[in-house]
Design a protein around this ligand. Structure first.
Ligand SMILES: Nc1ncnc2c1ncn2[C@@H]1O[C@H](COP(=O)(O)OP(=O)(O)OP(=O)(O)O)[C@@H](O)[C@H]1O
Ligand SMILES: [Mg+2]
Length: 100
């Protein structure tokens, strides 16, 4: 994808619409570094979030993903119990209390 410039306004719903396979999910994944481990993936240009370049050298992808979440098209539970899957987000963020 080349020559793309899009502003996503804060507090509004923005949608990407296009035929299957045109790259909507790939663009979304670029917002939180989900493409980084895809073999052959290269990215040029900038992705700015609140004015900060999400692809600057000192940016930690894990921290980016804490702030920019993603709901997947197809659910992919971890190979754990339903209980552990539901609690996963809270647990990795350090919550040790009772979640029930
Ligand atoms: N800019 C790009 N350069 C190279 N390959 C790309 C690019 N954008 C997308 N692709 C590849 O095209 C395929 C389809 O892309 P993607 O899954 O993002 O499409 P989609 O619009 O989300 O489709 P769907 O509507 O079916 O969910 C993927 O294999 C992806 O790796
Ligand atoms: Mg998609």
């Amino acid at each position: 994808m080349r020559g793309v410039y899009v502003e996503i306004p804060h507090g509004q719903v923005t949608t990407f619409i296009g035929p299957s396979g045109c790259g909507k999910s790939t663009v979304l994944r670029a917002l939180n570094h989900m493409n980084d481990l895809n073999e052959g993936c290269t990215l040029r240009g900038r992705v700015l979030f609140d004015g900060q370049d999400l692809y600057a050298r000192d940016v930690d992808p894990v921290e980016v993903r804490r702030r920019i979440g993603m709901v997947f098209q197809k659910p992919n539970p971890f190979p754990k119990s339903i209980d552990e899957n539901i609690a996963f987000g809270a647990r990795i963020n350090g919550y040790r209390g009772d979640l029930r």
